[in-house]
Design a protein around this ligand. Structure first.
Ligand code: PLP
Length: 368
């Protein structure tokens, strides 16, 4: 028997009930014109959420990591250089993906909770010709939000493309791919977008795609080869040939489509304000419990609240008690294991009554 939970960990967050209902819709074939229309609508809504007109915007048929790996494996090849800004575990992963793509990788790393100084990034970029600057927008292990504009400015100055991990930010806080000048970005379906896990949305600028098309050799991946993927997913403005590539996860795309529809119905600005309000309410509630956030105030992001475990508290026991009350939160990863709890205030869960429920369960679990 699977029990329903309030998923207040860093993801998956509770999906919209309409998105899970959509999973049960009748299956269509992956080349059925009716399904292709749903795919196109999902990509169009995804463009709006991301603030982009990029023709190459689609959900990869695998989780967020696969979307990010698609970007790294296609934008980088043997002999390229990449600079990766690291604010935690997920930045480390981007660096490892870049190495596996064959790139020489220079990292700029900071202590947990901190953000990278763009001047350090610029120094790293100035050392040698660099193809790509990659960074995580909101690091889920520390709660730190890296400001986008100074990173873009540093990359532009040195002629590098920019790739951003938006897994914990897309749909919860403002992102404007075109206005900000981001060349490639990857996210996931299961956090602020309010769909079940299983899809890795990506967007690729024309400039980034030119770099992919100018590669010396094919990417060391077949499934995640952008050239092949776009032959199936099609590109807006281009004639859609729709060559078979893989069997799309039809039901997941129904759910994703439904979540995107709800997001646009709510409106992006209203949504961002709702996340901000839910975060403020969460922080005030923690304060009443005598608990503070681990992440310095200047670096915080509404969507992921990384809490310092109060001294003398058995953190694993509190999490287990929360689960008995039907509420999930997560412990820390890596060097923050045992020191923090990670609480996602995302998507459908970024609402007053759901945050109240979380705070109530935390208060009771700290007492008993
Ligand atoms: N990047 C960040 C910042 C994440 O938080 C996560 C997952 O939590 C990932 C990448 C990986 O995404 P997925 O688990 O969907 O593969």
């Amino acid at each position: 028997m699977i029990t329903s939970r309030h998923l207040f960990g860093p993801g998956p967050s509770n999906p919209y009930p309409e998105a899970t209902d959509a999973l049960a819709r009748p299956l269509l074939g992956h080349l059925d014109p009716a399904f292709l229309a749903i795919m196109d609508e999902a990509c169009e809504m995804l463009r709006t959420v991301w603030g982009t007109a990029n023709a190459r915007t689609l959900p990869i048929s695998a989780t967020g990591s696969a979307g990010l790996e698609t970007i790294m494996m296609n934008l980088l090849e043997d002999g390229d250089r990449a600079v990766v800004a690291i604010t935690g575990y997920f930045g480390q992963r981007l660096a490892e993906m870049a190495r596996r793509a064959g790139a020489e990788v220079e990292t700029v790393e900071v202590a947990p909770g901190e953000i990278v100084d763009p001047a350090d990034v610029e120094r790293a970029l100035a050392m040698k010709k660099t193809k790509l600057l990659a960074f995580v927008h909101v690091e889920t292990t520390t709660g730190a939000r890296q400001p986008i504009e100074p990173m873009i400015a540093a990359a532009r100055k040195h002629g590098a493309l920019v790739a951003m991990d938006c897994v914990t930010s897309l749909g919860g806080i403002p992102i404007d791919i075109d206005a900000q000048g981001i060349d490639a970005a990857g996210s996931c379906s299961q956090k602020c977008l309010g769909a079940p896990p299983g899809l890795g949305p990506i967007t690729i600028s024309a400039r980034a795609m030119e770099a992919v098309q100018a590669r010396k050799a094919k990417p060391h991946t077949w499934y995640l080869d952008l050239g092949l993927l776009f032959q199936y997913w099609g590109e807006t403005g281009a004639e859609k040939k729709r060559a078979f590539h893989h069997t799309a996860p039809i039901s997941s795309i129904y759910g994703f489509h439904e979540a995107l529809r709800i997001i646009l119905e709510e409106g992006l600005e209203a949504r961002w304000a709702r996340h901000e309000n839910a975060h403020d309410m969460h922080v005030r509630g923690l304060d009443r419990l005598g608990i503070s956030l681990f992440t310095p105030a200047a670096n915080r992001c509404p969507t992921i609240n990384v809490i310092a475990v109060p001294s003398g508290v058995d953190e694993a026991k509190v999490r287990a008690r929360m689960l008995e009350r039907g509420v999930e939160m997560s412990g820390g990863l890596g060097q923050l294991a045992g020191k923090v709890w990670r609480v996602g205030v995302m998507g459908h869960n970024a609402q007053a009554e759901r945050v109240e429920r979380f705070l109530g369960a935390l208060g009771e679990s700290l007492r008993t």
